[in-house]
Design a protein around this ligand. Structure first.
Ligand SMILES: CC(=O)SCCNC(=O)CCNC(=O)[C@H](O)C(C)(C)COP(=O)(O)OP(=O)(O)OC[C@H]1O[C@@H](n2cnc3c(N)ncnc32)[C@H](O)[C@@H]1OP(=O)(O)O
Ligand SMILES: CC(C)C(=O)C(=O)O
Ligand SMILES: [Mg+2]
Length: 552
């Protein structure tokens, strides 16, 4: 690449593990799962979750079957503290579930953490400090000995507060930024921590080895896990946990290879939410196991519900091609795929084989609450992507992406009422009704525009609540000039957010279609659509349409 100086980046060092065993292993059982949605996921959100969102996500995690849930960093903020208290006070922690809390090795934070934990029967206190070469040098400016001393100070503090806690406390220790740490040092500090804690059969310790930043290919992470597994003292009482982030896009692979390499436990989130590119997606990991005939111990039989709740809580949309759950992953567009899948499904119907063997479908969609769709079909479960697809494929309207949610919602309202599938024609009717037959308080009579030296001047004739108005305006294009003409009427009550146009139909009779997005005090975004032989008039019609829709 241009302008990147030599030496700015360098290869990740090789791991010396000549007799590595993991490449020949297989995943034959599920790991212990721990959801960190409410902590790592939450800390990475633009709008961190409020109490209601946290409660709804927590209920979902229980329903899925998580037995370990990191509920937050209770010493960090009031909302995190209050959430844990709410779980305790409302008796929302089932006996077979262990609540986990994250904390740094600092006394006031540990004290506050134990205050939040009062009344919790089983809790994992997750203590972390950064151990990487970069953090030691740049952030902490501490020697290896001082970094170990910090970790041990944390352990001592947890032990001190554990004494007065009425309930069972488990220790999890993370040499944070493990993938940037020398393996010898990661093992040394982890061994020092487990020894200081007093590890034993009845006092097992979770050593979490995070790919805080994913820095190398997944086989390297597997090597690191196998190496650590061989160098951790009291290995039989250590639960090796993974916690991968997805910086290189291979967190799923890294976690799976780490399981081959001996990891016992996996931390991750639903749908990959988390810092930067996210934490590893537990849905993908679990369903990958399902497709290999391995019981995952997590219930993803209704992925639509999972996606719905996670999207509402995180305010993050799921990619349409997200493994197993994306809107389009059970849809075949191409004829040959449709043909092979249809034949595969027909074969299954006429045979009694249990083994799932349908071309192009790695999992039976019904096992995750979905169905195979050979073409996009529109019903109340359909998303905006499907609606936009039908409008384009069947009628030629290429809706701008920002308009998809608005139109999706209009369609959803009708399909929810109808309770069954909508035909393409019905969908088009909804579109026409809302954009081409909108009730008008303002209607266009005439629009003329001329352009001199890049300045557009227009004369606009229109009816507003039955009164004819003629107004002049100018701007840097027809839409801008028209907006200027309307401003005398609308003051500063709206602004134009976006504009998009395309032609529709074949050359001789092609029409121009324009889409305009306006913003008013009441609506962040409202679209209008206009169609005309002339592009400038189509744009003005789109603007009038948006005004009629926004100020109805
Ligand atoms: C990879 C991860 O996801 S780690 C988890 C990260 N999550 C979060 O940080 C979310 C919640 N955190 C917070 O709200 C805040 O950081 C708090 C409340 C925990 C602490 O707040 P503050 O003390 O005000 O600020 P801040 O976090 O910047 O403190 C930095 C100090 O803590 C020290 N520190 C950082 N991590 C640790 C640690 N694990 N153990 C001990 N000390 C630590 C730093 O060295 C620094 O010390 P200095 O002040 O002497 O330079
Ligand atoms: C706190 C630690 C485990 C973390 O989130 C990370 O390293 O990514
Ligand atoms: Mg993390």
């Amino acid at each position: 690449m241009k302008n990147i100086p030599q030496g700015k980046y360098r290869p990740y060092p090789k791991i010396d593990l000549p007799n590595r065993k993991w490449p020949s292993n297989r995943i034959t059982k599920a790991p212990k799962w721990c959801s960190v949605d409410l902590r790592d996921g939450n800390q990475a959100l633009i709008n961190p979750m409020d109490m209601n969102k946290k409660l709804s996500l927590y209920a979902l995690l229980l329903k899925i079957g998580f037995k370990e849930i990191e509920v937050g960093f209770p010493s960090a903020s009031k909302v995190e503290f209050d959430f844990l208290r709410r779980l305790v006070d409302d008796n929302l922690i089932p006996d077979d579930v262990t609540i986990q809390v994250l904390v740094q090795a600092r006394e006031h934070l540990i004290a506050k953490t134990f205050e939040a934990l009062k009344g919790v029967k089983k809790a994992t206190v997750h203590l972390y400090n950064s151990t990487s070469t970069a953090q030691r040098k740049i952030v902490f400016q501490k020697s290896k000995e001082e970094i170990i001393a910090l970790a041990l100070e944390g352990v001592d503090l947890v032990k001190k507060y554990e004494k007065n806690h009425d309930g069972e406390i488990f220790l999890e220790y993370s040499p944070e930024s493990f993938t940037g740490t020398e393996l010898e040092f990661a093992a040394e500090i982890s061994n020092a921590v487990t020894a200081r804690w007093g590890i034993g059969e009845k006092r097992k310790v979770i050593i979490n080895l995070p790919a805080t930043v994913e820095m190398a290919t997944p086989n390297v992470y597997a090597d690191q896990i196998e190496w650590m597994s061989e160098h951790l003292h009291n290995r039989e009482n250590v639960i090796i946990s993974t916690h991968t982030h997805n910086d290189r896009g291979t967190s799923v692979a890294a976690t799976e290879l780490a399981l081959l390499a001996g990891a016992d436990r996996v931390e991750g989130t639903l749908l990959c939410n988390g810092e930067r590119t996210g934490n590893v997606d537990i849905i993908t990991l679990a369903l990958n196991m399902t497709t290999q005939g391995v019981e995952s111990n997590l219930d993803f039989s209704d992925v639509n519900e999972v996606v719905d709740i996670v999207e509402r809580c995180t305010e993050i949309e799921t990619h349409v091609r997200h493994p197993y759950v994306g809107e389009l992953v059970y849809t075949a567009f191409s004829g040959s795929h449709q043909d092979a899948i249809n034949k595969g499904l027909a074969y299954r119907k006429s045979h009694t084989e249990v083994f799932w063997e349908v071309p192009y479908l790695p999992i039976d969609p019904e096992d995750v609450g979905r169905s195979y769709e050979s073409i996009i079909r529109i019903n109340s479960q359909s998303g905006k992507g499907g609606v936009a697809y039908i409008l384009e494929k069947n009628f030629g309207y290429q809706l701008p992406k920002a308009m998809h949610p608005e139109v999706g919602k209009l369609v959803q309202e009708v399909s929810d009422k109808k309770g069954q599938e909508l035909t393409a024609e019905e969908l088009f009717e909804i579109f026409n009704e809302n954009y081409f037959r909108v009730k008008e308080h303002i209607s266009l009579v005439d629009f003329t525009v001329s352009s001199v030296k890049g300045i557009s001047k227009c004369t606009l004739t229109y009816f507003h609540d039955g009164i004819e108005i003629v107004a002049d305006g100018e701007g840097n294009g027809p839409v801008d000039a028209c907006k200027d003409a309307l401003m005398k009427e609308y003051k500063n009550e709206f602004s134009i957010n976006s504009y998009y146009e395309h032609s529709l139909g074949n050359k001789s009779s092609a029409k121009a279609i324009a889409y305009i997005e306006i913003e008013t005090e009441d609506t962040l975004s409202c679209f209008g659509v206009g169609s005309d032989n002339d592009i400038a008039t189509a744009s003005v019609k789109a603007l009038f349409c948006a005004l009629n829709r926004a100020f109805h």
